[in-house]
Design a protein around this ligand. Structure first.
Ligand code: ATP
Ligand code: MG
Length: 678
């Protein structure tokens, strides 16, 4: 096997460490700093410091610093400075509630609301460094509370509003939060659902919570209340001034703790810091969502200037960004809260489920606000495809859409093509952004100006292509050698950017063990995803390493098999997981959700033959189980390890991240009846 490196060519301007660090220093100029930094970047890689009892090397935990010595206020950078620049009347947020209530916040209004919330938190004794857990749906108060924390230097941790009391309790206790912000209830699929009781349950144990702030959203009357501890958000804010002078904080002070979605196990609380995170969030938002000025290349074609450290004001003004992720997910932190607001664009916040009260709700919202950049997840695209298989009705005007984005999982090429054809008029670029809670911002993605999106060019659906400027990625084998084109390898980030998580909250050892130990000698970050490099040097993400199936020594990627299945006209969604097989090691087991009306006889042989044709006989699923739903995390990722456990009948591992727990018994029943019949 050859070990020729075919990693994508880095931007020539950024090859040396010096050029890369200088690039980030220039990008940091996007922000307003109160004090300039003295050290752009400090990197202390893992170092061998002794021997573990089992004889292996003991490594030190790596240390990362960016813009040390510098101070800034993150909320000021996301709100106030736009007002000071005369853009106070520009719309920051177009808010739409699930029941249809609407409200607009200009940057000036947002500034006043954030100031009042900051004063309110201060009045409750919240100080810089204290933790605040925010357990809210996608409503403006969530953004306001988040920015208020940032403004006073409190560390926020957002928890998905659909999570159980148990999942919330873990995060309240792990962060040691002093304040919990929650709601009376939330709107979900057309109904008002109580929330406060779950919040109460989560804070009932031993924890540091002093106050529970309650936003009135659904107007539930009979909600449980603990006098003294519980306070209405509107009461606490009512008495506060709408002026607050922001204080600067160290670039390396913690901004937030984000828990991974927990697809592979107990969630990890990644810590992101103020300066580096905001720099990379703002830059990558501008790069990927087309805010950078254009420059004409040698070929005479004008394309965005990737290295520009200022935005094109015309592009900023015309942008109406919509990231559909829940605010508690890292995607929303970076591309719904911090990135877009740091860049001063308008954006949409939509509270509800995409299918309430009808499956075209998203199209209605795109039309109403003239959304220009629509950033969503593969699971959502697949559900839109299921509802609008024959195309989006012409009654919706989607002509404002200029750019599409996908994140969360590798997107099935079929879903990519549907999205581009139906929502992007067949011409919009699709940024398929690969990144993680750990990296804080996008690492791999095509760019809006890429030639693959030109008229008549051959696009690459499902390909994350290449690193953004200022970071670098390799695809290597377990010894760190570059893999040959087309071979499966591991994605590692060998040169990190400023938004890399600094540690795991309260557990630096886990930070070392999970991410740095595997390539400690090289100082590379192990992403945990499999990848391959194609003949052009473009990178394809193949899903989690844990999801790779080994059949008689052949390594197969679950996502490739799922994409083949989803390309079949009967299949809405597919989850493929390895199940134990005495003969082949792993048996490929496919769980499929079918379109309504598909006759249920002979599905398995047809789908097995289809995968065999699309990929090859080796990838043919041994078992095909028809299920009503797939287990998914809150961010819509398929939890393949649960599929394995459900099939093998073993105990389910950590399920706190599960979004659709009620679907599990039905999936289990489908497995049982499949076993009874085979
Ligand atoms: P845990 O690490 O606890 O199992 P998680 O990895 O699901 O949770 P996140 O950090 O939210 O938590 O998700 C990052 C992962 O999502 C990536 O490692 C990758 O597997 C997947 N992912 C995100 N975007 C893409 C993309 N564009 N293409 C392929 N995979 C993606
Ligand atoms: Mg992960």
């Amino acid at each position: 096997m050859t070990t020729t490196a075919t990693a994508p060519a880095p931007n020539p301007a950024l090859v040396s460490d010096e050029a890369r660090i200088d690039f980030w220093a220039r990008q940091a100029g996007r922000l307003d700093w109160s004090t300039p930094w003295h050290t752009t970047h400090r990197w202390q890689p893992p170092t061998a410091v002794g021997t573990e009892p089992d004889g292996t090397v003991r490594w030190s935990v790596p240390e990362i610093g960016w813009f040390e010595g510098g101070t800034l206020n993150v909320a000021y950078n996301c709100v106030d400075r736009h007002v000071e620049a005369g853009r106070g009347d520009h719309v920051a947020l177009y808010v739409e509630g699930e029941p249809g209530d609407r409200r607009t916040y200009t940057y000036a209004e947002l500034q006043r609301e954030v100031a009042r919330a900051a004063n309110a938190l201060l009045s409750l004794g919240v100080e810089a460094g204290d933790r605040v857990v925010i357990y809210l749906p996608v409503i403006p108060e969530t953004v306001i509370a988040t920015l208020a924390c940032a403004r006073i230097g409190a560390v926020h941790s957002l928890v998905f509003g659909g999570f159980s009391a148990e999942a919330l309790r873990f995060r309240v206790e792990d962060t040691g939060a002093k304040v919990l912000v929650t709601t009376d209830g939330q709107f979900r699929r057309g109904a008002a659902v109580p929330v406060k009781a779950a919040a109460d349950e989560a804070v009932s144990g031993d924890n540091a919570i002093e106050h529970v702030l309650v936003v009135r959203r659904t107007g539930e009357t009979d909600i449980p209340w603990t006098p003294g501890r519980d306070l209405w958000w509107h009461d606490v804010l009512a008495g506060q001034s709408d002026v607050h002078v922001p204080q600067p904080f160290d670039a390396e002070a913690p901004l937030f703790i984000i828990y991974t979605s927990g697809t592979t196990g107990r969630p990890k609380g990644l810590v992101h810091t103020m300066g580096g995170y905001l720099v990379q969030a703002a830059y990558t938002h501008a790069l990927l969502f087309d805010l950078l000025p254009e420059t004409t290349g040698d070929d005479g074609v004008a394309r965005p200037d990737e290295l520009a450290a200022v935005n094109d004001p015309v592009k900023v003004d015309r942008t109406v960004h919509w990231c559909t992720a829940d605010l508690a997910w890292v995607t929303a932190h970076t591309y719904e809260i911090y990135g877009p607001l740091a860049n001063g664009v308008s954006e949409v916040l939509y509270e509800g489920t995409p299918t309430t009260p009808h499956p075209g709700r998203h199209f209605e919202i795109i039309e109403r606000y003239g959304v220009t950049t629509y950033y969503t997840a593969p699971t959502l695209v697949r559900s839109l495809m299921a509802a609008f298989f024959d195309g989006v009705p012409a009654t919706y005007d989607l002509s404002s859409v200029r750019l599409l984005g996908s994140v969360g999982e590798a997107i099935n090429p079929e879903a990519w093509r549907w999205l581009r054809a139906q929502v992007g008029a067949g011409t919009a670029p699709v940024v398929d952004t690969w990144w993680q809670s750990e990296t804080g911002a996008t690492i791999l993605s095509p760019r809006p100006g890429d030639a693959q999106f030109d008229d008549g060019a051959a696009p690459k659906p499902g390909c994350a292509t290449r690193p953004v400027p200022g970071v670098s990625v390799r695809v290597v084998d377990e010894h760190g050698a570059a893999v040959a084109p087309g071979e499966h390898g591991l994605a590692v980030v060998d040169k990190i950017g400023p938004s890399m998580a600094r540690t795991v909250w309260g557990d630096p050892q886990r930070y070392l063990d999970s991410y740095w130990r595997a390539f400690a000698a090289q100082g590379w970050f192990l992403a945990g995803d499999g990848a391959k490099v194609d003949a052009d040097g473009d990178i394809w993400i193949l899903g989690r390493v844990d999801d790779v199936i080994n059949v008689s020594g052949h390594r197969l990627s679950t996502i490739e098999i799922e994409s083949a299945l989803v390309a079949h006209p009967w299949v809405v969604e597919a989850g493929v997981a390895p199940t134990a097989d005495a003969r082949t090691g792993h048996a490929i087991t496919a769980f499929v959700v079918l379109h309504d009306g598909v006759p249920l006889t002979d599905v398995a042989p047809a789908l097995r033959a289809h995968v065999s044709r699309e990929i090859g006989p080796i990838a043919k699923p041994a078992h095909v189980v028809i299920v009503p739903d797939l287990p998914k995390t809150r961010s819509g990722k398929i939890m393949r390890r649960l599929l394995t456990q459900l099939f093998e009948g073993t105990e389910l591992g950590d399920t706190t991240s599960l979004q659709n727990a009620p679907a599990i018994p039905a999936i289990a029943a489908a497995v049982t009846s499949w076993k009874d019949n085979s």
